[in-house]
Write a protein of this length. Sequence first.
Length: 95
Amino acid sequence: MDAGLSLSRKGDTLIVNGESFDFAALPEGALLPRGAIASDWFAGDVTRTEGTLRIAILLPIHAAASEAARFPVELRLDRDGVISLPRGAITKTRA
């Protein structure tokens, strides 16, 4: 696993460090086990409930990370684009 993290969203696709994970085929009420996802960045299963994808991601942080980075709140994304990580998270620089 690389030390830094970059996340963005495009519809039902989550882009993690440039690698796309398309969850469009995951039906309502379904669960995709963590073990079926070829990435160490996913912290658990992916589910779709009431049309919403629920995805837990591991957040790499510095030793002196902010409380927001150490205890992140759930993000609710309503649009596509880059996902801002809390201050203190170790991010990947975009080329």
